[in-house]
Design a protein around this ligand. Structure first.
Ligand SMILES: *Cc1c(COP(=O)(O)O)cnc(C)c1O
Length: 355
């Protein structure tokens, strides 16, 4: 079965085999070597200066990292503006509500790009804002939000930017040189090609120094402190760490995030062109989309369940639209161990189905 959903991904044999290594106690030095390699390699993915940035690992899915980042990095007297244009932006607002973090949400239509003029106006109208949170790749629709433009807005106002990069880290450009950027939350099992269970925040050390402690298990500051001491507060998902480290070695061997971006871009274009030729248009123009995942209009007369089941019978798992979008569109991700020949077979499957 090939997974064309946005994580977990189809594993390479190299990463799959890494799960079969020796049993490891998380209080032994071998585990801390593994933890350190994961943290070091994560900082290296975007060539970051370890004096300024650090990777903080946790056990949990991508949402754990987003929650940990949000709960820690908006200080007690801070105020967050959440830029929402899909499910994951909505989720950050829900996290802020849950923790009692002062925040406002700027809601956009889920097909729309963030309205930069409106964001700037909202920030100018209320000087108590200290932080802005945004989704880099809004997986709801495949839209790549312009975090560089948002960073410029934040820099001009001395505000800090928090990014959910769960479905972009490792495959899309992220400008860590942006002085407003404080943190990016992400996971092992999307563009990095690991398995679910390990997630992380790449955080600016200066921001960590000011972190709030609102949560027990996901306390980013505490996790960072203990990991810096070759320690861990709880039992981590050891096997997921094995896979993460192997996936990071593989990413480096394959040429790093630029190479992964190029590979995904070719696959996404192959899917787009192939589906367009079969009468299924992509929902967003390519220049507004990520290379990771795209959304497409369902063909006339075929509902998502029928499409899903027919493709599953041919060995492919595709993904529904989220919420109200499920009746209109479907999504195809090309993360993971997916190659051009797989996409050819997928498109053949669509052809048979349309007949
Ligand atoms: C997948 C994803 C998440 C996290 O989802 P989990 O199910 O917790 O892994 C968060 N944000 C975005 C943009 C995502 O694509």
């Amino acid at each position: 079965m090939l997974l064309l959903n946005p994580g977990p991904v189809t594993l390479t044999e190299r990463v799959r085999n890494s799960l079969l290594q020796t049993d490891l106690c998380h209080r032994e030095s071998e585990f801390f070597d593994l933890q350190e390699e994961a943290r070091t390699r994560l900082v290296e993915v975007y060539g970051l200066d370890p004096q300024q940035w650090q990777a903080v690992l946790m056990t949990g899915s991508g949402t754990a990292a987003v929650e940990s980042m949000t709960a820690a990095l908006v200080p007690q007297n801070g105020k967050l503006l959440v830029v929402e244009n899909g499910v994951y932006g909505e989720r950050i607002a829900q996290i802020a509500t849950q923790y009692g973090i002062a925040h406002e949400t700027l809601k956009h239509g889920w097909m729309d790009a963030p309205d930069l003029a409106q964001i700037a106006a909202r920030l100018d109208a209320d000087k108590s804002f200290t932080h802005v949170a945004v989704i880099h790749h809004e997986t709801t629709t495949g839209r790549l939000n312009d975090i560089a433009a948002l960073g410029a807005i934040c820099r001009a106002r001395g505000l800090r930017l928090l990014v959910d990069g769960v479905s972009s880290f490792g495959a899309e450009a992220i400008d860590f040189a942006d002085a407003s950027l404080d943190a990016v939350a992400a996971t092992a099992n999307k563009c990095l090609h690991g398995v679910p269970g390990a997630s992380f925040v790449i955080v600016r050390r200066a921001a960590l120094a000011r972190a709030a402690s609102r949560t027990y298990y996901l306390d980013l500051g505490r996790l960072a402190r203990l990991q810096d001491q070759r320690n861990t507060p709880f039992t981590p998902s050891v096997h997921a760490y094995y896979a993460l480290v192997e996936a990071l070695r593989e990413l480096a061997d394959e040429g790093g995030w630029h190479a992964r971006h190029a590979r995904y871009a070719a696959l996404a274009e192959q899917v787009r062109a192939g589906l367009a030729a079969r009468g299924m248009a992509s929902v967003l123009p390519a220049e507004q989309s990520s290379v990771v995942l795209r959304a497409y209009r369902l063909p006339d007369g075929i509902g998502y369940p029928q499409l899903h089941d027919a493709l599953k019978a041919r060995g492919f798992v595709i993904y529904a639209g989220q919420g109200g979008l499920s009746a209109e569109l479907f999504r195809i991700s090309t993360m993971g161990n997916i190659h051009a020949a797989d996409i050819e077979r997928l498109l053949d499957g669509f052809s048979e189905l349309m007949r």
